[in-house]
Ligand binder design. Structure first.
Ligand code: ATP
Ligand code: MG
Length: 422
């Protein structure tokens, strides 16, 4: 067994995680810190959360910690809670491939993963070598059976075992590879990468709700734009967002998506709130516009907007679920785009009080920046928010006056001819 003494930045280790490990080992169980926390500690980064792997069965773990509960359908995991801090405790998993073929679908995917195993078996059930390092708290040692230490040193994302098989067992591992590539800046090892390009279609077998969770981790974790780049590079984007993928032929669509993701990344960096609704609004904006245009030939533009939003969202939900709490705000952001040009009477002031105004305004700015020709609408709104009273009155734009910019205004020499539709 490959063990090496290490000096981890102990100040970054959760005292609660240590407590959990100690209580388990005191009771005669094996218990280690494992996974992302060990990887991050080796990189000198503060871990997001702490995972413990143990020989104790979930029921035994439950009994040892009053402050714990069982979670998970695929894997039964115990959450031990200390205030807001949660330590995740998982029992060693066994190798199911050979023995329990009925746990697999035709494509080789694991359906039921609830069988326990030994320490060694647990190691080989993990995804990447860098995620299969076990930290023995008492001895201050790392146990490395798969060459994970070296891969961390060379900054390499390498699947344990044969890539095609490991992705077939759980295609979400492909998305995890992308996420680590984007967030850690590690390279995906050649074998592990080629395989992704070849069998990315397997993501279609994953329930949309699970894909949605992974997409959130990709796009809402501070490295969204890099994740988008990596998804494209490894030919996975189309399996997650087919309509958005097709829209990328229009360079403005890609620009808009990148801007939305980059702005989300920046906001996360300075701890400002972010919402998937904004990102999804950008991902699907061009598919939505296109569908709206198509439908407008057979119904009113208002109906077309409504129908287009419904159908674009419904189609996307075949791939990633979009919970109502996000699809609602997303539609609001879209709908407001068609109200922002109406700058007469009370309309702008009413719009300013809309709970989604800010998001819609930010979205408008990104649309302009991505190359949509909106005749200065963004700066008009920026200025409108800066001035008050009389100045706002002066800024208002009569209906029709703004739609074609200067050219139209020249033609409209006789104001009497103009219709007021207010
Ligand atoms: P993060 O920093 O995002 O938490 P992580 O590697 O800790 O990254 P988790 O989802 O917390 O990711 O999973 C903890 C550990 O469980 C992983 O490091 C890995 O060893 C194992 N694991 C997670 N998902 C899978 C999977 N789909 N297949 C195999 N092993 C997995
Ligand atoms: Mg983790």
């Amino acid at each position: 067994m490959n063990k090496s003494a290490v000096s981890l930045p102990t100040e970054l280790i959760s005292v609660n995680a240590i407590k959990v490990v100690n209580r388990l080992t005191d009771q005669g169980h094996q218990a280690y810190l494992v996974g992302g926390c060990v990887r991050d500690l080796l990189l000198g980064k503060p871990p997001k959360d702490f995972d413990v792997a143990t020989s104790a069965h979930p029921e035994e773990v439950r009994e040892l910690f009053r402050n714990s509960r069982m979670i998970g359908k695929r894997f039964r995991i115990v959450h031990v809670r200390f205030g807001r801090d949660i330590v995740e405790v998982a029992t060693f998993r066994g190798p199911q491939a050979e023995i329990h073929e009925d746990h697999y679908t035709d494509s080789g995917m694991i359906l039921n993963d609830n069988l326990y195993g030994t320490f060694e078996e647990d190691v080989y059930r993990r995804d990447f070598t860098m995620n299969a390092l076990y930290y023995d708290v008492t001895r201050n040692e790392i146990i490395d059976l798969v060459g994970g230490m070296e891969d961390i040193e060379t900054r390499s994302i390498r699947l344990i075992g044969e890539p095609d098989n490991r992705y077939r067992e759980d295609p979400v591992r492909m998305l995890r590879a992308i996420r680590f590539n984007a967030s850690l800046g590690f390279d995906i090892d050649e074998g592990s990468g080629i395989s992704i390009r070849r069998i990315g279609y397997l993501l279609q077998d994953i329930p949309p709700a699970r894909i949605f969770e992974e997409v959130l981790k990709l796009f809402m974790n501070g490295c969204g734009e890099a994740s988008f780049t990596a998804l494209r590079e490894f030919d996975l984007y189309g399996w997650l967002f087919p309509s958005s993928h097709r829209s990328l032929d229009d360079a403005r669509s890609e620009k808009l998506i990148r801007l939305a993701l980059a702005s989300t990344d920046q906001r996360i960096a300075i701890q400002k709130p972010v919402t998937p609704a904004f990102v999804f609004a950008a991902l699907l904006w061009y598919p939505f516009l296109q569908e709206r245009q198509r439908l407008s030939e057979k119904m009113t533009i208002l109906e077309a907007s409504h129908e287009a939003a419904t159908s674009v969202i419904a189609n996307q939900q075949l791939f990633t679920s979009i919970p109502k709490r996000f699809s609602g705000p997303m539609r609001d952001i879209w709908n407001l785009q068609f109200r922002l040009p109406l700058r007469f009477g009370k309309k702008p002031d009413v719009l300013l009080t809309h709970k989604r105004f800010r998001a819609a305004y930010d979205f408008l700015l990104l649309r302009e920046e991505s190359g949509e020709e909106l005749e200065g609408l963004g700066s008009w709104w920026t200025e409108y928010q800066e001035v008050t009273g009389d100045e706002r009155e002066k800024m208002k734009v009569k209906p029709g006056a703004n739609t074609r910019g200067k050219r139209k205004r020249k033609r409209q020499r006789r104001p009497k001819d103009r219709m007021t539709t207010e």
